[in-house]
Design a protein around this ligand. Structure first.
Ligand SMILES: CC(C)(COP(=O)(O)OP(=O)(O)OC[C@H]1O[C@@H](n2cnc3c(N)ncnc32)[C@H](O)[C@@H]1OP(=O)(O)O)[C@@H](O)C(=O)NCCC(=O)NCCS
Length: 165
């Protein structure tokens, strides 16, 4: 079993450990060099209420997944648009953690009057595309050949969930 809670600064090493595994092994992030703790700290501090970071913790107190809503664009008129991230420990995939974290992020977005959530997903990430589709996200755009990682040229799929009608 696991439970969700707001992340604290003490979770940042665990958040980085989960994320940096994918930096080094996967095209799900286009980052190539692992995030340092200083970078993670800057990412975490000073977040607006509309930009939460949550973690899933197992019964032993280990952080096994995290998710966030972040600013989509710094210009003020984008204020009600957020971009989501969700990362599950590679050892804990397909246990429902990604879905549970995303459902909580969607709840938080609705509670904070977010209008739409944008997910930017590498087109080769079938599992992530399906997860978002199952949660009601639809493809609204595609950028062709904008990434290159592990010698592969990559497309980015934009998916959106409208959280306000
Ligand atoms: C994508 C990711 C978040 C999914 O989380 P997860 O906990 O493994 O997935 P869940 O168990 O919650 O799966 C929910 C649904 O998503 C879909 N899904 C998830 N992973 C899948 C995969 N590898 N292949 C096919 N479908 C998948 C399925 O529909 C699944 O439902 P099901 O298990 O009943 O078939 C996780 O694999 C991950 O962290 N990947 C690396 C990071 C990443 O890609 N993040 C998204 C970028 S924003």
């Amino acid at each position: 079993m696991f439970h969700l809670r707001d992340a604290t600064a003490a979770d940042l090493p665990a958040i980085n450990a989960i994320y940096n595994h994918y930096v080094l092994t996967s095209t799900c992030t286009y980052q190539i060099l692992p995030s340092t703790l200083e970078e993670r700290d800057a990412w975490f501090s000073g977040r607006a209420p509309r930009h939460p970071v949550i973690v899933a913790e197992d019964d032993g107190g280990e952080v096994v997944a995290w998710g966030s809503l972040s600013s989509f664009h710094k210009r003020e008129a984008f204020e009600r648009t957020v971009e989501n991230s969700v990362y599950v420990s590679h050892a804990r995939q397909r246990l429902g953690l990604g879905r549970t974290v995303m459902e909580e992020l969607i709840r938080r977005a609705r509670a904070r009057d977010v209008h739409t959530i944008v997910a930017a997903i590498s087109s080769d990430q079938a599992g992530s595309l399906l997860l978002h589709e199952r949660l009601g996200f639809v493809e609204t755009g595609r950028l062709h050949e904008v990434g290159r990682k592990f010698g592969k040229v990559l497309d980015v799929v934009y998916m959106q969930l409208m959280t306000r009608s």
